[in-house]
Design a protein. Sequence first.
Lengths: 302, 225
Amino acid sequence: MSAILHSNLETDLRMASALAANLRVLLADRASLRTSGCIQYAGSVNGALTDTLAERFAGLDGYDAMTATAAEDTDVSATALTDSSANIVVARHAIRRDISDLATLTGNGGISPQRLAQSMVGEYDALFNALVCTALTGISTDVGSTGVDFSVSDFYDALFTLELANVPPAYHAILHPRQIADLQESARAEGGAVQYMPATAELLTIRGQGYSGNFLGVDLYKISAVTSSGGDRHGGMFGTGAFMYRTGMVENIIGSTVIRADEFAVEFQRDASKAITEVVGHAYVGVALVEDSRAVGIVTDA
Amino acid sequence: MAIYTGETYDTRTHRVDQLPNLGNDADPQPFTYLHSPASWECVDLAEHGIEAPERYEWTPRLKKFAHRVGVNGVDMRAGGVGRAIGAMREAGWVVVDLEHGPNGASYVRALKTSRGVRYCDAFTSFVKVGPNRYAPRFDRLGYLQWRRELVRSGVLPLPAPEILEGAIDTVKNQINRLEMRAHLPHVAEKVEALRAKLAGMQRHKFATDNNQAAPKRGRSRGESA
């Protein structure tokens, strides 16, 4: 009498392999600098009559000091006002995914137009991280050495550069995972009261993935999108206000189903003849380094 | 009677030439190299195998200015990149034109990947390290020699001494921090290396006055054994 084996049943009653019901996401950097608070929001360009707004800076509130007069009736001459400006340009960014009706109806909700729309939050955050990391390369002063791993000494150099420039805290550092790992390795060899405070589970819940802890009073963010050039990673340390961003939002989209999030919108477009639903995410955003003196670049081995 | 034959069509060649998704190792947009007059570093030429009269030489750092709309003033309209680069030039940055690339060619390279065209610099290549995985390989010596050449040819101006003094002070601070633990052998080694580097930095040497290889020493002719 032959036994009923799984292998026997595979012809008609069993499957050799099947897909698990749960859908998991691939490993990726899902940090969000947008919600970290280190990049200041400068406002919307809606109704501004331009896509480029110049952030205006004036030397007031203590930039210049009063001086003593020669006599009580000295005719004081006017002091010129120092000013500068930096442009933030808002540009369109988008991502599109098409899904057929057959793909949707044979699924169990894992991949559907709604799930694709929900995913656009992460895609917008990834865009934002990339824009900020690209903007880091505009910093004119750097610490670190080409081809040399990031160390606590370089960290101190960056900190001193900001302090010498009288940049008010809070300080933030956006570093590549390579730079974070090198810093942690270097910190192991440090003695004395130097303490690296890694992100606890509670802090990660509050600040999200990407927050790597606090070191010497500087909040560290670990972002894979930190650019490379010359065989090095170009991170940066800066005070609040060095980087700003602006957004735009389309108010009325006629003829389409739209979901509006804070800073981006998701549209559904139907191609009925092909039985395909197009899910398109739009974001109008721009990031810029508005005050170079508040930032220092960290250039170390990749 | 005319006979029409088609051309050989083989998609395999296209796939072989195409790299997989390189992620953040290659840029989705081209770039222009910029140099900030305040950004110089002192390089140990001996570490790179370069023989020169002066071991330590000040070399400019270069930054990639990405042609990416929405970042640092680059707008979507025609000429947006040019306007943004012009603004950087007005702010004091030095622009390295494409014609100043290594051997007169452009320093930007385009790569075909499964995610479209990606860009990298002329010193970066990609080597296969696993199934569908490529790692970047960077030619540090070539990049250093190219930067030295930019200084020699005058494309990048020499810095003011005050800029170098700022960098020299950071090395002095490093030495001061480490001297407290100089009784430890590995720390003493670091301090010695930093002192040698400090001495080299203070000589303020650049590629313009350091382009001769050190003369090889050997027995002079006629010297008896």
